[in-house]
Design a binder for this molecule. Structure first.
Ligand code: PEP
Ligand code: MG
Length: 928
């Protein structure tokens, strides 16, 4: 059977049909289970049903799927039976399996899992006889009913209730018996719980819980396929750009049991620290438990290493003598297992050349590895691991650069809490530093509230006892996440790290009361809506809202940036118009200013009055008078910027927005202005009314202003060139580029250029000195694209204004698109917001055309882009491929763009190399 017709791939006993390369067909989990077998890692035998079968099931239905896979699944169950010496459905010697999802990209917790499948009342009796461990068997059965009931039979909380009805039964049983934890249940208790679970299933679904293992198996397989389409999985895919068509694989695997007693355990380990990136083996485990217990955060797990355990104890305020007795690490409790696990971890990291997230189970003293995958990590950890692995010779430079997702750099650049504030603030509790970052917000206890409050502009912290996949949307909406239970591998911790969101987990001293919507420490009660602040790097929780300060950039970050610059061919500039922005951007490595929006400067208190005076003047004389007041102020602004940029190019755009944006609409301010100008309030009012436009974005703005009021362009050109001359006398070089906005005709360009050049000549004559400068234009009107060759005869550079270009190409108003774009995104009418991610299919064609035509008009034309898209990684790759000289973006996105530019260049080189290899091979085959 070849791979196209093969629907089920087996693995076990160091053999496998598949391997790690087959993620598309087998999903990440299935492919790696196969690969681990080939590496000799101890993995329970099993099989993977392909992602292709998920597509068939979802498109063609249940019967079609079963007709295709039935024989292969039956044969594969036999394969497991042979390897384990057990029999599926057999009463005396039953074979139990787990059924798990596993798609191409990891989607932690988003889809469903069922453990202990194959049990029924009779088999339970047989298994008790075989194992002589009634507690373990009833525990396994009640877990199976719980998981199967939820996932396959859809037993949910009743309308308006948030509590899982299975958990409710468990809690009630605990209260009745006076137990503190689940581990105190004895066999009889668990038997009763299993019976109550079955009654619950019957009551809420009207159906009996299935007793036939084959019926259970088919139900579980199709339910896992169905879980690809559950709401949270769809949402996760949308967030992470994972295509709907991929589908999930299903992995059926022989059960191994971590809940067989104190010599059994289950856990998750990481080969490096997923929060900080440090090369420290770490992880958590629970004795006498099954895998889901660690992730669900219902019991606080123990640490794998002694070092980790000591660190945890010191964070939790537990003394060493108590820790070593009550909370020993795996390294102390099961030293041989620990060494074997560490050995497997080293083999796996070395093999996959990446940090591994490894799930394991110990069944009565025997270690089994259940899964390995590249671990989710924070942005900071991503950078540290890439740089460390480069230094360890595990990766080459290009791979190290590609390892860091440019979007995740954002997290490293976020502000941290101000040290002064921290000293003065009260720590109300301490948890585990599950995902770094500093965030303040109002307390909410439910995911729905997090969404609602944040949609109303509130910053919120989602506070939960523990989170579950249902909370995903609330976690996305929240500024930070705080849980009272769970460890570093709990759902909250893993998902938060994956999103780069600040999270503190397992703050055990917090008592959370969902009904009263309060959280309490020993001496403090906080209610919904109160402010708290989380430091995800230390695990400290503060009362109130803390101020933040700039993030510190690490040496690893700088190294990654240097490497990026070594490989990228696209220059990265910044959009900046204040000295503060300019300094930030330079700190982040901007190689110039790609857009200085001069209008922002006019909003300063000292300039706005003169600006208004200019706009509201009756005639040119009045305007010139006001402009004369503005000139020295504007010149000083440019001097400051040129000084800071110290010889790097500075692109300054002439006035662009419609003038009504600058005038006061408030009557009191209008009167003040009238007094200042010595005219009546009535005249001012009339003039302001006359500025009204139906569609200002398409009205009197851009170069239309400079062409109707040439004195404005004259003043701005003067300020720029005089500033350049002034700082030349300080011994500082400058490279001004004067940019004309919104050009749509050659005449507009010519007229503005003439004003600038004539002004320049006058100034140079006056000063008896000259400086080099360029005059160019924004390309942001579709007409400018169509005649780009002619415009380029006059423009020395182009800079794509992709904000306006997108607006005018789609006909979507930049100011009004919020009314319909969210809906368009939800309905899939547009894939991304075109104002954030460049629409390559449409607007991209205009970019391509303008580049081609522009170079016909002027072969050495310099081309950049300064719209929002200059900081979006996918768009940066497009601009690289179009051969632009630079992208320009806001200061905080400069590192993102630098890394994205390196990714684009490395990917292009890879393609070129692959094509060259192909050509050589082809040549050779022709010669033969
Ligand atoms: C643009 O249109 O892309 C641009 C950079 O200009 P502004 O956003 O100022 O209109
Ligand atoms: Mg624009």
């Amino acid at each position: 059977m070849n791979n196209l017709t093969k629907t089920v791939f087996i693995f076990g006993d160091k053999q496998a049909d598949g391997n790690a390369e087959m993620k598309n067909l087998l999903g990440g989990k299935g492919a790696n289970l196969a690969e681990m077998n080939l590496l000799g890692i101890p993995v329970p035998p099993g099989f993977t049903i392909t992602t292709e079968m998920c597509r068939i099931y979802l498109n063609e239905g249940h019967d079609k799927l079963i007709s295709i896979i039935k024989n292969e699944v039956t044969a594969s169950i036999k394969f497991i039976e042979d390897r384990t010496g057990t029999k599926f459905s057999d009463v005396d010697n039953p074979c139990l399996v787990s059924v798990r999802s596993g798609s191409r990209a990891s989607m932690p917790g988003m889809m469903d899992t069922i453990l202990n499948l194959g049990l029924n009342e009779n088999i339970v009796k047989g298994l008790i006889k075989k194992t002589n461990n009634a507690r373990f068997v009833w525990d396994s059965y009640r877990r199976f009913i719980q998981m199967y009931g939820k996932v396959v039979m859809d037993v949910r909380p009743e309308e308006g209730d948030f509590v899982d009805p299975f958990e409710e039964i468990l809690d009630e049983a605990k209260i009745q018996k006076g137990y503190q934890t689940d581990s105190e249940f004895n066999a009889e208790d668990l038997k009763n719980i299993a019976q109550s679970f079955k009654k619950l299933v019957k009551k809420s679904t009207g159906k009996d819980f299935p007793s036939d293992p084959w019926e259970q198996l088919w139900g579980a397989i199709t339910a896992v396929f169905d879980s690809w389409m559950n709401e949270r999985a769809i949402y996760y895919r949308e967030m992470n750009n994972i295509p709907q068509e991929w589908g999930t694989a299903v992995n059926v695997q022989a059960m191994v049991f971590g809940n067989m007693g104190q010599k059994s355990a289950t856990g998750v380990s990481f080969t490096r620290d997923a929060s900080t990136g440090e090369k420290i083996f770490n992880g958590e485990f629970l004795t006498n438990a099954q895998g889901e217990d660690v992730v669900a955060g219902t019991r606080t797990p123990r640490q794998i290493t002694i070092e980790g355990s000591r660190r945890w104890a010191s964070l939790s305020g537990i003394a060493e003598d108590i820790r070593s007795i009550d909370f020993p690490s795996l390294e102390e409790m099961m030293p041989e297992i620990y060494q074997e696990l560490l050995g497997c971890a080293e083999v796996l990291e070395l093999h996959f050349k990446d940090m591994q997230d490894i799930e394991f189970t110990v069944q009565e003293g025997k270690l089994w590895i259940l899964q390995t995958r590249n671990g989710k990590r924070t942005g900071a950890a991503m950078v540290k691991m890439a740089v460390d692995m480069l230094e360890e010779n595990l990766l080459d430079e290009k791979t190290a650069v590609l390892r860091v997702d440019p979007k995740r750099l954002d997290e490293l650049l976020h502000p941290i809490f101000d040290q002064g504030e921290i000293i003065q603030s009260d720590i109300i509790a301490q948890g585990l530093p599950a995902s770094p970052g500093a965030s303040s917000g109002r307390i909410v206890f439910f995911a729905e509230d997090a969404q609602l409050w944040s949609s109303e502009g509130e910053s919120v912290i989602l506070v939960r006892i523990e989170t579950s996949p249902e909370d995903l949307k609330g976690m996305v909406a929240a500024n930070g996440i705080l849980t009272a239970r769970g460890g570093m591998t709990s759902h909250a911790a893993v998902v938060a790290r994956g999103m780069g969101k600040c999270c503190i987990a397992g703050a055990e001293r917090l008592k959370i009361d969902y009904k009263q919507r309060i959280m309490q420490t020993e001496n403090l009660t906080l209610k919904e809506g109160d402010w708290i602040s989380l430091d995800g790097s230390t695990g400290k929780i503060y009362q109130g809202k803390l101020k933040t300060s700039e993030a510190q950039l690490t040496a690893d970050f700088e190294k990654l940036m240097d490497l990026s610059d070594q490989y990228s061919r696209l220059e990265v500039r910044t959009n900046a118009d204040t000295p503060k922005d300019v300094m930030t951007a330079r700190r982040f490595g901007a190689k110039g200013i790609g857009l200085c929006r001069t209008e922002h400067m006019f909003f300063d208190d000292d300039k706005i009055m003169s600006m208004r005076e200019m706009i509201l003047s009756e005639n040119e004389v009045g305007r010139r008078k006001a402009l004369a007041k503005l000139l020295p102020m504007q010149r000083k602004d440019f001097e400051d910027i040129f000084r800071l940029m110290n010889g790097l190019p500075v692109n300054i755009r002439l006035l662009d927005p419609p003038l009504h944006e600058f005038v006061p609409h408030d009557e009191k301010v209008q009167k003040e202005l009238a007094d200042e100008m010595g005219i009546s309030h009535e005249i001012i009012k009339q003039k302001i009314e006359s500025l009204y436009e139906f569609n200002p974005m398409m009205g009197h703005r851009g170069c239309r202003l400079g062409n109707t009021y040439p004195e404005i362009s004259e003043m701005q050109a003067t300020a720029i060139l005089e500033a350049a001359l002034h700082i030349k006398y300080e011994g500082i070089e400058s490279r001004p580029e004067i940019m004309i906005p919104l050009t749509g005709t050659v005449e507009e360009m010519q007229m503005q250029k003439k004003i600038i050049n004539q002004t320049a000549e006058k100034i140079f004559e006056l000063y008896g000195d000259r400086i080099e400068y360029l005059v160019g234009t924004m390309i942001e009107v579709p007409r400018a694209v169509l005649i780009a060759d002619k415009i380029a005869e006059h423009a020395e550079f182009f800079s794509f204004g992709t904000n306006d270009l997108t607006q005018m190409t789609f006909g979507y108003s930049r100011d009004d698109s919020g009314k319909f774009l969210p809906m368009y995104l939800e309905k899939g009418i547009v894939k991304d917001d075109p104002f954030q991610v460049l629409d390559q299919e449409g607007v991209g064609q205009l970019v391509t055309m303008a580049v081609r035509k522009g170079k016909i008009g002027r072969s050495n034309l310099k081309i950049g882009i300064c719209g929002e898209h200059g900081g979006d990684p996918a768009s940066v790759e497009f601009f690289h491929n179009e051969g632009l000289n630079y992208v320009s973006c806001s200061p905080y996105r400069v590192p993102i763009a630098r890394l994205a530019a390196a990714h684009a260049a490395i990917k292009e080189d890879k393609k070129i190399n692959a094509a060259a290899q192909y050509a050589i091979k082809r040549q050779e085959s022709l010669l033969i």
